[in-house]
Structures are given as C-alpha cells and as structure tokens.
Write a protein that binds this ligand. Structure first.
Ligand code: FAD
Ligand code: NA
Length: 389
C-alpha cells in the first residue's frame, strides 16, 4: 500500500526526527501519517490572522536543553531567538516573581532579608512540620517550604491542576520545591534556550524538506477504510514507527492509561499588552484557571509585525482526560505503571514495529528529551529494520 521503506505514525517531534535520520543516513523513502491536519504534534503553532501573533495550539512550548547533541541537531533546522523564560504569579492582589526566590520571599514577608536570613526563616518554618512522614501533598508542601509560602504559592495552584484537595493527593507528587535564595528568576537552568525564530512550524517543515520524505495528513493508522492502516502495512511487511498511544495500539486490552488534559479559553483584548509578560500564574482558588499565556510576549522581537492595540490570551483549565480528550500529562499511578509495563512487554514482541514518543512510551518528555530519544531509537531500533540499497 505504501511506496515507502518506512512508515511513521505521528508527525510529532519523535516521528519527524526519525524520518529525517532515516532519509539522511539510510537514504530510504519515508512516509509519515498523522490523524491531525498539521505536522508538529503538540509542539505545533500557527500565526493568528487577525493579530500576526504565533499561537501554540496545544499550550505554551519553550525550547531549552543542556544536551549538546540535541542543540546542534535542532540548529540545523532553525535559528533561535534569545528569549529567556520567566513566570509571574498573582496572589492576593499582588504580582510575585516565580520560582519562589528572594524577591518573592521579601515581597511576601514585607522584609529585606539577606540570602542567609531568608534561608534560616524558610528552614525554621519548614522545621515546624518536619516531624513524621508526610501522609499527603498538603503535609509534604509544608514540610518542604513551611506553611506560609506553601499556602500562598503551591496549595491552591496544585489543587486546580489536579482538581483535588491537596490533603487527598499523594505526597509523592512533589518530591522537592526549589526555593532560590537570590533574585534569579530565570525559569530554566539549562545551557541553551530560545524560541524558533520563524515559528515552530517553519522549523518542522525544514526537518522534512528531503524529497524522500512524504507526509499524509488526516490519516488514522487504525482506520481500515483507508489504505495506510495497521493491517495492510503489516501484510506488506513495511517497518513501522508508532508514536500514538500504546494502550490504543493494543485495543486497551490491559486497561487504559490515565492522563490529565488542559482546556484552553481564548480571550482577545484591545490592548497592546495585557500582562507585560508571557505567563501569569494564578495562585489562589478564586480564579478557576491555573495560568494564562499572552503569546505575543514570547516574541517581542516581532513587535513590528503585530496588529497594533490587540493581544491574545489563553487561560488554562486543567482536568482529568477522558478517552477522546487530548492526553497531556501522564498521571502515572502505581496501577498505570504496572499496566504500562505489560503493554511495553507486548510492544517488544511486535514484529517490525518500534514504539516511541510520549504516547508510545507513556512518559512526559520535554521536546529536547523526545528528540534525544528519537536520535537513539533511530540508531538502535529503526536502522536495523531498514533494507539498505
Ligand atoms: P506528539 O507531539 O504528541 O506527536 C504524536 C503524533 O501522533 C500526534 O500528532 C498525533 O496526532 C499522532 N497520532 C496519534 N495517534 C495516531 C493515529 N492512530 N494515526 C495517526 N497519527 C496518530 N516541551 C518542551 O520542551 N517545552 C515546553 O514548554 C513544553 N510544554 C508543553 C506543554 C504542554 C501542555 C504539553 C502537553 C507538552 C509540552 N511539552 C513541552 C512537551 C512536548 O509537547 C513533547 O515533548 C512533544 O510534543 C512530544 O512529541 P511526540 O512526537 O512524542 O508526541
Ligand atoms: Na519532503
């Protein structure tokens, strides 16, 4: 059915990276199919017609890495801006810098603590809760940073993320809560960060510019009414890289893996700048969304190209995903882990098929991690399946 030596299910970063490597190193013809109407998977973005603003359709995506192999690889396809990620939070009528740092602490306590004084204060407040094992997230949070900071910046935000009272969430969700005892509020600690200069989609198009790579959109691997489906490809003996949900591949026969999803509510304001920053978290319970993204502030270097007096903001509402929702964050309970292990064992026995990406391995990956795993999977698992001539 396919005039291809390799079929890739999913045009996300895992699939695009494997396709690019297969064309470049093995010289084979690669066909990528995706059920969506665009490439890029969850990292896809588009330019809004009315305002010229780049909108990340599946939530804000910031590229950052300390992995030299990945940084050199991605720079073959796009330049990056010098964007540095910073986040602010609204709490009790004031705006604070995040992650919690000396600026947050001094504003919150109306103080001028030195780094050592702030450290002693937080240690003392945490110490009041240090006794015994934290039985839930609420106790864990107080134990890590003390009650005042935990309740101001972590408690209600986490409750909104999980739609669950933190006293009913497992302590294991937060193993540590980093507090910085200086004024550094640069969000990522990685060596390199930035945003693709001409947008995410221009980057991804460069990855598949090779004429041996073809993409077919709107094609579902499991839809037997179209020719490029699971059965016909297996019969033709074409190697497949599958980056869709692993439980779906096996018809959920061992159970469903659980995810959280996010609903986005778009707001348009007749203002040049609504927040003065790209990300505003809402730490309190009275605002129902966790955070809001003002996309134009990710790309201040494009100021000239924006429609004046307009901005676009997306509010994020977090909830548990049902089948048919976009799966975003794996929940990873012990039950999920055990189900996934059984699917993975089955996947390893599946002939001529490589499972990869965040859905194929039930893992949260950042973009740089998924590219790294794809570069490795190409060498270790995909190349051995390709006939070279
Ligand atoms: P995906 O991008 O999900 O691609 C899988 C593709 O497979 C999809 O396009 C899907 O349509 C297709 N597919 C599935 N089933 C089928 C089928 N049956 N037939 C055909 N096609 C199918 N990473 C960062 O580095 N920085 C960030 O700031 C960041 N923010 C994020 C915010 C959110 C809300 C989320 C959810 C993720 C974020 N990420 C971020 C992670 C990033 O999105 C992933 O690392 C990356 O998208 C994973 O690529 P992938 O190829 O594994 O999966
Ligand atoms: Na191409």
């Amino acid at each position: 059915p396919a005039n291809a030596d390799l079929v890739i299910v999913g045009a996300g970063l895992f699939g695009l990276t494997v396709a690019q490597q297969a064309a470049e190193h093995a010289g084979v013809r690669v066909l990528i199919i995706d059920v969506r109407d665009h490439i890029g998977g969850n990292a896809y973005s588009y330019f809004d017609k009315e305002t010229g603003i780049e909108i990340h359709k599946y939530g804000a995506h910031l590229f950052h890495t300390s992995n030299r192999r990945v940084w050199e690889y991605v720079n073959r396809f796009t330049e990056f801006t010098d964007y540095v990620h910073r986040v602010y939070a609204t709490h009790d009528g004031e705006v604070y810098p995040l992650p919690i740092n000396l600026g947050t602490i001094n504003q919150f306590f109306r103080a001028h603590y030195t780094p050592a004084e702030a450290r002693a204060l937080v240690e003392r407040q945490a110490g009041e809760h240090a006794h015994g094992i934290a039985r839930n997230l609420d106790e864990q949070g107080k134990k890590l940073i003390g009650q005042p900071l935990y309740e101001a910046f972590i408690k209600n935000y986490t409750a909104k993320q999980w739609q669950t009272d933190p006293a009913e969430l497992p302590a294991s969700i937060i193993r540590r809560l980093p507090v910085r005892f200086n004024y550094d509020n640069r969000y990522f600690k990685d060596t390199w960060e930035g945003l693709p200069k001409n947008g995410y989609t221009a980057w991804f198009e460069r990855m598949i510019a090779d004429p041996r790579i073809e993409v077919k959109l709107g094609v579902d691997f499991f839809d037997e009414s179209q020719p490029l489906n699971r059965r016909t490809l297996a019969e033709a003996g074409v190697p497949v890289v599958y980056t869709g949900p692993i439980d779906r591949y096996f018809d959920y026969e061992l159970g469903e893996l659980k995810w959280r999803t996010v609903d986005f509510k778009e707001r348009r304001y007749d203002e040049d700048d609504h927040f003065g920053c790209p990300v505003m978290n809402y730490s309190d319970a009275d605002v129902p969304y966790t955070r809001a993204i003002e996309f134009k502030n990710f790309n201040p270097e494009r100021a000239e190209s924006y429609a004046p007096g307009k901005t676009v903001v997306w509010e994020e509402y977090s909830r548990f995903a049902r089948r048919g929702d976009e799966p975003y964050y794996p929940i990873n309970t012990d039950e999920d882990k055990s189900i996934y292990d059984q699917y993975r064992t089955k996947a390893q026995l599946e002939p001529n098929t490589v499972f990869g990406g965040r859905l194929g391995t039930y893992q949260y990956y950042d973009m740089h991690q998924v590219i790294d795993t794809a570069l490795t999977a190409y060498v270790e698992e995909v190349a051995p399946l390709l006939n070279r001539w």
